[in-house]
Write a protein of this length. Sequence first.
Length: 130
Amino acid sequence: MLIAALLVCAAGTVDASARTDYLLHCAGCHLPQGKGVPPEVPTLVGSLGRIAASEEGRDYIARVPGASQAPITDAQLAAVLNWVLLEFNSETLPESFRPLTAREVGKSRSRVLSDPLKMRRTLWPDSAEY
Ligand code: HEC
């Protein structure tokens, strides 16, 4: 966790504004503590570490409509997603986790998912649904 936090700082992608952006653009649905309103709105707590461990998962979390269509820049979205991963998923995030970059998030979010649940079921058939 500490190492991941240091990496994020080194990459310059996280700061207090990531939390503010989360509260402004995500918390309306996912709630300030990230717990969501299952089954309509999934929790962002604990469930994303495993997903973010793969390239497909890194791509997926930037493509879900709520994230990809938020009115913020690629760098801001990368910072928000990194903040969500470190703040709410430190228990499940692999030690090898590298923070998302603005460039990779930009590439992913340009391909908004029309059916996020379908992709989730295909990629992680054994993972709990939200
Ligand atoms: C209008 C409500 C809404 C907003 C705002 C919103 N989301 Fe979501 N989010 C959802 C819903 C609903 C889903 C389930 C997939 C779907 O139907 O889009 C979801 C899914 C997700 C997932 C995938 C979770 C999983 O376990 O598969 C992530 C990650 C996510 N959102 C992150 C964010 C982030 C980051 C923001 C802010 C930039 C955000 N969301 C804003 C409603 C929202």
